[in-house]
Design a protein around this ligand. Structure first.
Ligand code: MEV
Length: 450
């Protein structure tokens, strides 16, 4: 490493206090250290107690990174109206969700059903003994695994959850000596990551000890190595279904002066294309996650886990496909989404983050079960809005309105200039260059008038 580069490294950074950390980063990684620190300070919360809570979520925190916290009202889900909190930085997403919610509000709303809420975790281990001996020992092993972990599972059992099943999986066809304990859990209203991982690590210890103690193993079979014990974010049995349906004619005029039957057929084809083609499927599903992630984040849940799971589920046939499906049959338009969703409404950030707590309050403090259904409905609404735009007017019309505002703000436009720009760009193409040119023209004209 060069001397320059060496000077940009540090040991013991985490032990510096926040001011020292800011200063160190500013001195080594910014062009203007004072301005850098000033910006960071401006984004720290004025209430020291709130800042303390936020700092507690992560490490080496310097400031906060605000994201827009919006709402999509009018979500009718299983006959109940929700105002859904959404945290997202992409323009048009909340507007699209709101428009889709309103559209379906007048057509019976969203229907949802939780198919199952089973979560899973694995203990991966290697063992080079006789497979039959391990299989014969498994019933006793399972008893001991459950008994030893009872101190961890007692509370969850009181809440109606716990360990549902333990399976031994022979993976030796893939890797010599590789086996798994595949464990199924019910974690009630919590996402359950800590609970599951604690139980799995306990299982790992019991497993090792079992191999040492079990009288029917020979000496060579006492050696068992636990490679890792960790939940799986792929939870195909923690699944929600959301759907909307109405007579085709009730779809009405869906934009671009398209009649309902033409719209329904174009929409169905667009979804079918996302079933067939992975390039389109990826973008199509991204549109679904625009809505899903926004609610997952607003409620303090783990969006990386939800995304990873959803994409694996989308590829379960061996090819990456659309998560949603559309049929137009016997005069009925039906649009449906099935998505595995492991979320919680207790534990983690859900009650710690002041805005996550507020989001849950706004949703009526739902159970995890209910939250899965709300998120499923929002994912479907988002997908409906995107595909509706795509097969009618195209998405740029809606997007560009917000994009225009972002460009105008970037160029420091005044309120009057923003108003004028919106009037002008109602029928002109928006681009950074065209907006800058328009503003320059406007400013020149007003100079001349002065
Ligand atoms: C943009 O964030 C999402 C869309 O591209 C989704 C889609 O194409 O279906 C509009």
């Amino acid at each position: 490493m060069s001397k320059d580069q060496k000077e940009r490294t540090i040991s013991g950074f985490s032990r510096l206090n926040k001011e020292e950390k800011m200063r160190w980063v500013a001195d080594h990684f910014s062009g203007d250290a004072d301005a850098f620190v000033r910006t960071l300070e401006a984004f720290r919360h004025p209430d020291a107690e709130v800042q303390r809570i936020l700092d507690g979520f992560s490490e080496n925190t310097l400031a906060n990174f605000p994201m827009p916290f919006g709402v999509a009202p009018n979500f009718l889900i299983n006959g109940k109206v929700y105002c859904v909190p959404m945290v997202i930085e992409e323009s048009s997403v909340v507007a699209a969700a709101s428009a889709a919610a309103k559209f379906w509000l007048e057509r019976g709303g969203f229907h949802t059903r939780v198919i199952d809420t089973r979560k899973v975790g694995q203990v991966h281990f290697t063992w080079h003994g006789r497979k039959e001996a391990l299989e014969a020992a498994f019933p006793e092993l399972e008893k001991r695994l459950r008994k030893n972990a009872a101190y961890l599972t007692a509370n969850m059992e009181k809440r109606g959850g716990g360990i549902l099943a333990v399976h031994l999986r022979d993976m030796t066809a893939h890797e010599p000596g590789y086996y798994q304990l595949m464990v199924e859990f019910e974690t009630c209203d919590s996402m359950g990551a800590n609970f599951i991982n604690s139980v799995l690590e306990d299982f790992g210890r019991t497993l090792k000890q079992f191999a040492l103690d079990w009288p029917h193993f020979c000496d060579e079979e006492r050696e068992l190595s636990v490679i890792m014990a960790i939940l799986s974010n792929y939870t195909p049995d923690c699944l929600v279904r959301a759907w909307v349906e109405c007579p085709v004619e009730a779809l009405g005029n869906c934009g671009a002066d398209m009649d309902a039957a033409t719209f329904a057929e174009r929409f169905r084809k667009a979804v079918r294309i996302a079933q067939i083609d992975p390039h389109r499927a990826t973008t199509h599903n991204k549109g679904i996650f625009n809505g899903v992630d926004a609610v997952v984040i607003a409620t303090g849940n783990d969006f990386r886990a939800v995304e990873a799971c959803g994409h694996t589920w989308a590829a379960r046939s061996g090819q990456y496909r659309s998560l949603s499906n559309c049929t137009v049959e016997n005069g009925t338009f039906r649009f449906e989404l099935e998505l595995p969703l492991a979320v919680g409404t207790v534990g983690g950030l859900t009650r710690l983050h002041p805005l996550a707590r507020l989001s849950l309050e706004m949703l009526g403090n739902p159970s995890a079960h209910e939250l899965m259904q709300i998120i499923g409905a929002v994912g479907l609404a988002q997908n409906f809005a995107a595909v509706r735009s795509l097969v009618t007017t195209g998405i740029q019309k809606g997007h560009m309105k917000m994009h225009l505002l972002n460009i105008l703000n970037h160029l420091g436009a005044s309120e009057h200039e923003i108003k004028e720009a919106f009037r002008h760009f109602a029928d002109h193409v928006v681009s950074f260059a065209s907006v800058r040119q328009f503003l320059e023209g406007l400013r020149q004209r007003s100079e001349t008038v002065k």
